[in-house]
Design a protein around this ligand. Sequence first.
Ligand code: HDE
Length: 733
Amino acid sequence: MTDTNDPPDDGDDDRHGISDRHGDEIDEDSKGRQLDRVRENPEGEYLTTDHGVRVEHTDDSLKAGGRGPTLMEDFHFREKMTQFDHESIPERVVHARGTGAHGYFQPYGDPDLGEYDDISELTKASFLQDSDRKTPVFVRFSTVVGSRGSADTVRDVRGFATKFYTEDGNYDLVGNNMPVFFIQDAIKFPDLVHAIKPEPDDGTPQASAAHDTFWDFASLMPEISHMLMWVLSDRALPRSYRMMEGFGVHTFRFVNDEGDSRFVKFHWKPRYGTHQLVWDETQKIAGKNPDFNREGLYEAIENGQYPEWELGVQIVEEDETGRFDFDLLDPTKIIPEEEVPVRPLGKMVLDETPDNFFAETEQVAFHPGNVVPGIDFTNDPLLQGRLFSYQDTQLNRFNSANWDEIPINRPLAKKHTNQRAGFMRQTINEGRASYSPNSLGEDYPEETPEDEGGYVHHAEKVEGEKIRERSESFHDHFTQAKLFWNSMTETEKQHIVDATHFELGKVDTMAVRERMVYEIFNNVDHELARRAAEGIGVDPPEKPGEHHTDHDADSPALSMENTVTDTIESRTIAILVDDGFDRAHLETLTERLEDEGATVKVVSRLLGERTGADGETVETDESHVTTGSIVFDAVVVPGGSDSVDALTEQGDAKSFVAEAFKHYKPVGAIGEGRSLLERVDLPDEYDTDGDGVTTVDGLVTAGGDDLETFANEFVDAIAAHRHWERTQKEVPA
Ligand code: HDE
C-alpha cells in the first residue's frame, strides 16, 4: 500500500520531466506533487453532498409545502449548514494575519565560509549540503498584533516563518524581520501580548501598540529598549515582504558529523533590498488597500518577479563567546555584522502561490522545535519556552494532535510513528503493534542510529541549582539600543522620533509617557529622549538617565539606507494619462521599465480605454477611484497636451503627484507632462522648465525628446527607492 509520505515510485532518479497539474515541470518529490494528491478541481464535476451523493437542488430547503416549515430530514441542508457553522478555526493568538507562498531553497555550490572549508565542517543538515538539490519550502509572513482581518501596513514586527520539507524531515525556521525580541524569558510572553493586544475592557485599538497598556508595560520593562528601537524604526513598515530581512533571532547550534557544535545566528537577506513605506503612506494604504502586502506577494510571483532571499549565518565558536560584552543566549542582543560576518549558505525563491488560503496558509503550523540533524537549540530562555508553546497552540488551533497530518504540514520525508489515533487521523496504519519495543511487528518502526540519520541532541553539559532568576549577563539593556540609534541616519532618527510622537501621543496616562521618556529613552540616548519629550507634552530631561551609556559605536548594517539600490525589479510604477497622451512616451517608458523587471500600470480618471494623440487606445489598469500613488513606487506623467490639460483639471491627478512627492518617491514628467508638476506647487528649487533631462532629488523631468536619458535617470531614481534629501514643503496631500 502507498504511504502518502512515500516518494512516488517511478523508480529512476531523473528529477525532471514530470509535470504538475498546470503542465509545469516539477521535481518528482516536490511538495507540489505531494499536494497534488489532495487537490480537487470542480471543473466539469457535479455538486454532491459531503458523502458523494449528487445534489439535485441547492437553492431551497426541503419544506412541507412552499410556505411550510423546513424538514429535519433535509440532509443536504443540515450538512451544508453544519459545515458552514464550523468552518472557522481559532485565529493564531499572535501572528493571526498572514500570507504565504511555496518555493524552494537551494544551497550555494561553493559558499564563502571564511575560515571553514565547506558546509559539512559546520553542520550535517543535509538540505544545506548539495547545490544540486532544491528543498521545497512554504513561507508564511505575518503581522503580530492584529486580528486575521486587520490591515497589512500597520506598525508592527513581521513574522517570517519558513518550513523546509527536507529529506530528513521538516525543519521550521520561525523567525521575524527584526533580529531581537521584546523580552528575555518566555514566561513574560503572555504579559507582553496582553499588554500589546487590544485592551481587555473595550477591545481597542486593533493592530496597534499605540495605547496605554502597551506603553505602561514597556515603561516598566527596560529589557524591551532595544526592540523598541526596531519597532519605532522604519523596519516596522516594510514596503513589501520581499523587501525585508529575516532573522532567526535566537542563537542556535550547528552540529557536524563529528558532533562538534558551533553557535549560529540565521539571517535572510532580500535580493530586492530592505525598503520601507513612510508612515503617512502606511495609514492611507490601510484604508485604500488593507491587503497591500499580501496582494504584493501574489502579484510579484504571478509576474515572475520571484521574491528571493539569501540564507546566511553568523558563526561563533563555543569557546569564543567571551569576546562579546553581552550574552549570546540573550535574545535582546545582536552580534553586529561588522564583528562577525554573515556567511551565505544558499538562496530561497518563492515561485508559487497557494491555491487555497485556508488549506495552506491558515492551516500551516510552525514549531521552532521542528529541527533536523545538524541543527540544535541553545539555552536561550526565550527559545526554550517557545519549544513548549507552539505544539500547545497548534492543539488549540486544530483541536487535534494530528495537525501534522494535514497536507501542508505533512513532511516529504517518510513518517512512521506509533501514534495511530486522535481526532481526524488521516493515515491508515497497518499491523497490530503500535508500541516499542515489540516483537509482533518485528520491532518496526525501528529506531535509527545517529550515523544513519537518527536525531541526537547535542550533549551539552548542564548543571545548576533550581532558581527563578535572570542571569547577570542579561542585565545590560541599553548599550545595544544606543548602538541602534547611533547607526541611524538623521532621516531614520527623525522617523523614530516621529514614531514616538504618534505612539505615545495615543497614550492618555501622562505618568506612562513620562516614564518612557525618563526611564527608557533617556537611558538609551539623551537626544532621543529630549526629541521624543517635545512632541508629547513631557518636560525634556535636563541630563542623561543614570543607566545611559556614552559609547558612540555604530553598526552600518543596521541602517536601511545601506541596502540594495541598484535594481528596480518588482517595483510598481504608475503612468498617469488622459485622452490625448503621447504614445511614444508611454510605450518607450513602459518597455524600458518592464525590461528592468518592474510592473507598469496605466492610471487614469476612470477604467476603460484612453485614446492617445495618435488616435490609438490604451487600456487603463487602475482608476483614481481604485488606486492612489500610495500603492506605487514611482509615478510618471507623459506628454500630450490634451492629456495634460485634462490632468491639471483633476484634483485626483494633482494629489497623485503631490502625494508621491510628499512620500519621497521618484516623480517623472516629460514634455507637457511637466505642467502637472507646476500645478502641484512644488518647492521653488524644483525647477521643471529646463530643455534637457534634469534630475533633482528624485524628480526627473525632460524638456526635449531624449527619452533614453530620461529613462536612465528615472530608473536610477526608482532604484534608490526614496529621496529623503528632498525638501519638504507643506504639499497639500
Ligand atoms: Fe512566536 N508564537 N512566540 N515568536 N511566532 C506564535 O504559534 C511564542 C517569538 C513567530 O506564521 C504562535 O502557531 C512564544 C519569537 C512567528 O504560523 C505561538 C514566544 C519569534 C509566528 C507563539 C514567541 C517568533 C509565531 C501563535 C516567546 C521570532 C507565526 C500561533 C517565548 C524568532 C507563525 C502559532 C505562523 C507564532 C508563541 C516569541 C516568531 C502562540 C511563547 C522570538 C513568525 O505559539
